[in-house]
Design a protein around this ligand. Structure first.
Ligand code: HPA
Length: 232
């Protein structure tokens, strides 16, 4: 057991998929894995391990935001020896040509979180995906005929922002989408020599205000999880 994860040693696979929502982790485990065990119920942040095409894979909720995800990622790597972490989550599009349901592989992540400024003494750090996971993710998505974009995203500390236009300068500089976790995930993976990738589905557009229907969300989620499990 670690402070926030109730697993016994050996119950967590070396590869962990991290949806934000723990019930989504349960759904992935039940629909895509066989021989499933539940290794965590602490704080309702459900985690499961099972088998996908003969590969042992875990899936666990990360919660929302860099602080929450960072607690779990620290413990998964340091206490359970996890070496590959793939976030499978949603994002808001910042570019007009990105539509609800589109898939994004986050090559790097800007952020307004202060965690890295504190960590690096006020200097900026560029949190970056693992190249091999990124390449494999791209290949698997393309082989399935999926419209996939690779590029920079933004990890925001606030979902609700007083300044409605805050994102425009990032859009101008090519940032594809906003979510709330990837800069934290990539930084911790780098610190501990682990591999990380965020696979994201556009759930809404900050540009147009469009939002995914529950059917579109469902489809996007399953696709991301399958791609992540294939490249694991
Ligand atoms: N902002 C932040 N995080 C998100 C969004 C958003 O618009 N959509 C999905 N995750």
């Amino acid at each position: 057991m670690s402070i926030h994860i109730g697993a016994e040693p050996g119950q967590i696979a070396s590869t962990v998929l991290l949806p934000g929502d723990p019930l989504r982790a349960k759904y992935f485990a039940e629909s895509l894995l066989s021989d499933v065990i539940c290794f965590n119920r602490v704080r309702g942040m459900l985690g499961f391990t099972g088998s996908y095409s003969g590969k042992r894979i875990s899936v666990m909720g990360s919660g929302m935001g860099i602080p929450t995800l960072s607690i779990y990622v620290n413990e998964l790597i340091r206490e359970y020896g996890v070496t590959t972490l793939m976030r499978v989550g949603t994002c808001g599009a910042l570019q007009p040509d990105l539509k609800v349901g589109d898939l994004i592989l986050a090559m790097s992540s800007s952020t307004d979180s202060n965690v890295n400024r504190l960590r690096f003494g006020g200097r900026d750090y560029a949190p970056t995906a693992d190249f091999e996971l990124l390449l494999r993710g791209y290949e698997v998505a393309r082989a399935r005929g999926v419209a996939v974009r690779v590029g920079q995203i933004f990890a925001a500390d606030s979902f609700y922002n007083d300044d409605a236009d805050w994102w425009k300068v990032f859009a101008e500089y090519g940032v594809l989408a906003v979510e709330m976790e990837s800069a934290g995930l990539y930084t911790l993976a780098a610190k501990y020599g682990a591999r990380a990738l965020s696979i994201l589905t556009v759930s809404d557009s900050v540009v147009t205000g469009a939002e995914a229907s529950s059917e579109e969300r469902e489809r996007g989620y399953s696709l991301m999880a399958e791609i992540a499990m294939e490249i694991a």
